[in-house]
Design a protein. Structure first.
Length: 194
């Protein structure tokens, strides 16, 4: 369904030196099965299923490359939706073992919002937003994956057909559009930045 988190949303929880944050990502249909990681599986894009835990950990291991070392990935929660307009129902939760960011010299971090956007194979949009991310003091828009090895790694993982990440149109993230960085005004106010 267009512009919905249905059928599955995976919430990745993390924290920075400044506060608690979450990244909400759409995924394909969730199955309450006896998966290796203990959090069930979701449909992949190859007519099979993929273990949720391994899919989430693989993405986190790429996201650390745009996060400062002071940021830590804590856990994730799997939610499902009975219909596109239903309230989310929590189905599984698991700690990821406090995985720290990998950027040692991140530049400005406080209230930095990094937004990565893809076009899906059904021409919808898929977005991944990270807060208090590393800026390298460079707020230039990136439209070419060769400009950033970290971004290329995220793209490879997020669009891989053996995974089950999805856009809000429940289609496969396919074509990278851009990465933008800005200061999140709500966070600026919360952090009392002038």
């Amino acid at each position: 369904m267009a512009n919905s988190s249905a059928p599955t949303r995976i919430q990745i929880n993390y924290h920075s030196s400044f506060g608690l944050h979450k990244a909400n990502l759409n995924a394909r249909l969730w199955h309450d099965d006896d998966s290796a990681g203990g959090s069930g599986s979701v449909d992949d894009w190859m007519a099979g299923t993929v273990d949720v835990d391994s899919m989430v950990l693989a993405l986190i291991n790429e996201l650390v490359n745009i996060m400062p070392v002071q940021s830590v990935f804590d856990n994730y929660i799997v939610y499902t939706f009975e219909t596109p307009t239903s309230d989310p129902e929590p189905r599984a939760q698991k700690s990821v073992g406090a995985i720290p960011g990998a950027v040692v010299t991140p530049g400005w971090v406080a209230a930095v919002q990094t937004t990565m956007t893809w076009r899906t194979n059904e021409f919808g949009l898929a977005k991944l937003v990270m807060l208090d991310s590393a800026s390298a003091d460079d707020f230039s828009k990136i439209v070419d994956l060769t400009a950033s090895a970290a971004l290329a790694g995220i793209d490879t993982e997020f669009t891989a057909t053996p995974n089950g990440w999805a856009g809000r149109d429940d289609a496969r993230p396919q074509t990278f559009i851009s990465q933008t960085k800005t200061l999140n005004e709500k966070l600026r106010r919360a952090y009392r930045l002038t």
